[in-house]
Design a binder for this molecule. Sequence first.
Ligand code: GLP
Length: 248
Amino acid sequence: MNAALTPGIEVHASREAACRALAREIAALLHAKPGAVLGLPTGNTPEPLYRELVRLHREERLSFARTRSFNLDEYLGLPAGDPHSFRVRMQQQLFAETDFAPQNVHIPHSDADAEPEVRRYAGSLAAAGGIDLQVLGIGRNGHIGFNEPGSARESRTRVVALAPETRAGAAPSFGGLAHVPERAITLGVADILEARTIRVLAFGKAKAEIVQRMLEGPIGPACPASFLRGHGDLRLLLDAEAAGGLRR
Ligand code: GLP
């Protein structure tokens, strides 16, 4: 792996245009390999991607019947079916709107006993043979999944404490900081880097600084997204605002 490798950077006219391009790539992968394993993120960033995948399913008969998916992360300490859980969001935005088979969809359980759940989740991913295409968003502090600043390149699927800024950012949607979980389960940086293909989405002014640090700052745990620069098949799909801080 070459740490100095320059990733492909694409600046699209809009977030929808970027997501359409990525949806086309996913459709091509599933056409060639219907049983492919997708790594999926939550957050606001991938919403246009999921809308486009649903459209391709409805209007162009893209099928996910054999596709396997692993979500990056999930809060811990929320009851099953909690509307704030990533499982429920994914269900609403993608799984229930397409033909994904429930047994092929993997997300850590937010109400599970944490350590056994970590082992179960890591085991399921290993049994699936790893991730073919990992879609990522970036946290404003440089997190990928819930690998907060301080996460090692070698980190694996585990229980993490959410960073104060991550909890503060989620507070409005939870109706106050006190309701935001303190812990989560996340795939580790090493698990993410083992994906055969990685595609990162980042949109809007609020992501310009972290995109710049990710691509042009030092590689290290202070910005976990910077570790992606060591990956051999990485592309970033940005809009002009998110690309606005790049020097080159
Ligand atoms: C979330 C998720 C990440 C996501 C990031 C950015 O909390 N754990 O996987 O990429 O934060 O979220 P957004 O896309 O809403 O900016």
